[in-house]
Design a protein around this ligand. Structure first.
Ligand SMILES: NC(=O)CCC(=O)C(=O)O
Length: 264
């Protein structure tokens, strides 16, 4: 199966972001992809974290989910819907959720970001726990024979989550890595997760200067089970594609049976 990572530079206009997402999904389908993934926060990079509250949807309702469902059906794609805000149990919070839509337009999986990002270097500071409610459930699904595990952005720094998906063919990491941390850690972490789990990794990202003043690292990437970068888009909107090859997965695991050697 060909897979596609869509990179965006989302802003505060939800309608414009949804149009861009649809255009990139169309481009993925035109390039022959059977699965396409959108970045974290594809529908909104607002001025304040709390902007997500007004946008939050109930599961199964709302314009963001309607767009994803229609695109999956019309384009005959598996869509990993980056993240969108889904109402949380706690008042004043949202879940940062990846919804997966199958080519029938139905929701095939839901994953709520487990690890909430916090960073403060004196110039930039983030604290997702102010508005987000953390998830707790690792989630995997089957995309036409491709066993796929789900994670979101900062989860990438927690290898124990990725281990829970073993064995799988692909792990998705929709992201909005900061420019500062991404420059140092993004590729290193993605390739490490691919190598240690001997699977493909698809990482669609936010990449560029956003209207809210934030700068994200981009470098949407597809990595193979040997840690080779198959495709990368440094900055700006666009789509990168690569093929998932079951023979490559089998070859890597047979030549270096590290997964079979796990003791802990
Ligand atoms: N949105 C996020 O989770 C950002 C994570 C990040 O930038 C990191 O360095 O980790």
């Amino acid at each position: 199966m060909k897979i596609a990572a869509c990179q965006m530079v989302s802003g505060p206009d939800v309608g414009a972001n949804l149009k861009t997402a649809r255009r990139l999904l169309e481009s993925a389908a035109t390039q022959g992809a059977g699965l396409a993934a959108l970045p974290e926060y594809f529908c909104l990079m607002g001025q304040h974290d709390s902007d997500k509250l007004a946008l939050a949807e109930e599961l199964g309702h709302g314009p963001i989910q309607a767009m994803l469902s229609l695109a999956a059906r019309e384009l005959q794609l598996w869509i990993i819907g980056g993240t969108l805000p889904i109402r949380a149990e706690q008042p004043g919070r949202v879940r940062n959720t990846t919804l997966v839509f199958s080519p029938t337009g139905d929701v095939a999986a839901r994953y709520d970001k487990i690890h909430l990002f916090a960073y403060d270097n004196g110039r930039e500071s983030y604290d997702e726990a102010r508005v987000l409610e953390a998830g707790s459930q690792p989630t995997a699904f089957d995309a036409g024979g491709v066993r796929t595990g789900l994670s979101v952005c900062y989860d990438l720094r927690f290898p124990e989550l990725f281990r829970r998906y073993n064995p799988c063919d692909l792990i998705a990491v929709p992201a909005a890595f900061t420019y500062t941390t991404g420059e140092k850690h993004w590729e290193l972490l993605l390739r490490a997760r691919a190598v240690e789990n001997q699977c493909y990794v698809i990482a669609p990202a936010q990449g560029g200067r956003h209207e809210n003043g934030r700068r994200t690292w981009g470098h949407s990437m597809i990595v193979d089970p040997w840690g080779e970068v198959l495709a990368v888009l440094p900055e700006g909107e666009g789509v990168v594609c690569a093929d998932i090859d079951p023979r490559r997965l089998a070859q890597v695991r047979q030549q270096l049976p590290a997964l079979a050697h796990r003791k802990l």
